[in-house]
Write a protein that binds this ligand. Structure first.
Ligand code: ARG
Length: 469
């Protein structure tokens, strides 16, 4: 809350206060300060400053003597931050001003030369890109781990049969390995999107200065190279006002979180007593304080819910950016918290999901039993009528519908009908039809590329193992 006091300090800011007479209102300091959240950018900030300093020295813009002092001072600032004995002060706004201010305390006047040919605008754009680039690399590694867990589980369950659903109604039998590999495909596309976005991110804004470039003879290729960017960004106005890299990171994270959420939803359904397709261990469930029988899939539920935060972060940054004129506006400081929070939520859900996949017990008998109602091999019967009796598929569909109605009336499944029963509907039907009515023969027959047959699944597992790399 703002207090009655309307100035927090009588002193104007020492880094930019030349023309200011009094300090900011307390509420101004509060709304303006980002240090509480941008302090995690310290390593990127110091790395960027070191690259800038080396370049200024190489170009003869600052002396070697000053440059050497600056480099040593920056190292000391990093050590102090990492050792936890660094003092943060909201009056110093952000991490960039904290680092420079402490550098001044350590090395004196030479610190003031580091900001030559640079602005906080290109500085923060660089720091944030470096941070998001690391986050993308971590995201990729995490997804790789999740894919490995899915492939391992799919291999063990290539032959396990469960109902495949459309509209959550039993549709056709599928194999559990096949079902898990569907998620492998989603995470493969997420990793592709990530790689693609990283390629576009990987240009260096440092040297764009405030917005227009600089009159100093800087070498932007040198700093880009030192920070492992592919090249410098091409337009200084765009460099300081672009946050596409964060938007792309968040959109990949949001799409991926939706995939995680769908899988989480299936885990919630599968682990219910009504389905009992899987059992989650004590490691990923909680009990109820009142109902002793409960084993709640909290980790899965939270994976499902956290997709909301990640989608929210994307929406929030899109809205922040949408009305901004070129070039930098302070609105852009609002890019960070949402991105950091989303990255944190993302790493939690991927780790939890990887754990749950590895940990779950697959209840093969329940899955199999659940295929025994719902006339799940009706399509196989229709296909048999087409293949053996040469019926047009539409007729076969109709005949099969009548056979389902007949079975329903008799309270049995399709393979519970006698041949005579069937012949009342389709006189030419033969006993051979029974060979396609079991769920085993149904899945075994679906050998088309990408299909659910166990032999196909094992081929897909083999290919997936190669594609993970
Ligand atoms: N803390 C600021 C941010 O995150 C740094 C850039 C400030 N630039 C400025 N012109 N005030 O966006």
């Amino acid at each position: 809350m703002a207090s009655e006091k309307d100035t927090s300090s009588d002193q104007a800011n020492s880094l930019w206060g030349g023309r200011f007479v009094v300090g900011p209102a307390e509420i101004m300091e509060k709304i303006n300060a980002s240090i509480d959240f941008d302090k995690i950018l310290y390593a990127q900030d110091i790395r960027g400053s070191r690259a800038h300093c080396h370049m200024l020295m190489a170009q003869g813009i600052i002396s070697d003597e000053d440059g050497t002092k600056i480099l040593a001072g920056l190292d000391q600032v990093r050590e102090e931050i990492e050792a936890g004995n660094f003092t943060y002060d909201p009056a110093l706004e952000d991490i960039h001003m904290h680092v420079e201010s402490r550098l001044t305390e350590i090395i004196g006047e030479a610190a003031g030369r580091l900001h030559t040919a640079r602005s906080r605008n290109d500085q923060v754009a660089t720091d944030f890109r470096l941070w998001v680039r690391d986050a993308m690399d971590q995201m990729d590694q995490a997804l790789k781990g999740l894919q490995s867990a899915l492939v391992a589980k799919a291999e063990q369950n290539a032959h396990v049969i469960l109902p495949g659903f459309t509209h959550l109604q039993s549709a056709q039998p599928v194999t559990f390995g096949h079902h898990l590999l569907a998620y492998f495909e989603m995470f493969t596309r997420d990793r592709d999107r990530l790689r693609d976005a990283r390629g576009r991110l990987n240009e260096c804004p440092l040297g764009a200065a405030a917005l227009a470039g600089t009159s100093f003879p800087i070498d932007r290729f040198q700093t880009a190279d030192a920070l492992k960017f592919r090249c410098p960004t091409a337009n200084s106005l765009d460099s300081v006002s672009d946050r596409d890299f964060a938007l792309e990171f968040l959109s990949v994270a949001a799409i991926c979180a939706v995939h995680v959420s769908r899988l989480a939803e299936e885990i919630v359904i599968w682990s219910s007593a009504q389905f009992n397709f899987i059992t989650l261990s004590d490691k990923f469930t909680t009990g109820s304080s009142i109902m002793p029988q409960k084993r709640n899939p909290d980790a899965a539920e939270l994976c499902r819910a956290k997709s909301g935060r990640i989608i929210g972060a994307l929406t929030s940054l899109l809205v922040v950016m949408k009305g901004l004129p070129l070039a930098y506006s302070k609105d852009m400081q609002e890019d960070k918290e949402a991105t950091f929070d989303a990255a944190n939520a993302f790493s939690l859900i991927i780790a939890a999901m990887t754990g749950m996949i590895g940990d779950m017990t697959v209840n093969e008998t329940s899955m199999r039993a659940s295929t025994e109602n719902g006339f799940i091999t009706a399509t196989d019967l229709a296909d048999w009528l087409v293949r053996v009796l040469d019926m047009p598929f539409r007729n076969a569909h109709h005949v099969t519908g009548s056979l389902v109605a007949l079975a329903e009336g008799k309270g049995c499944d399709l393979d519970g009908l006698t041949l005579e029963d069937m012949q009342t509907v389709a006189p030419k039907i033969t006993g051979d039809v029974f060979s396609v009515l079991s769920v085993e023969s149904s899945v075994a027959s679906r050998t088309s590329f990408g299909g659910t047959a166990p032999e196909q699944v094992l081929l897909q597992v083999k290919a997936a193992k190669k594609r993970i790399e």
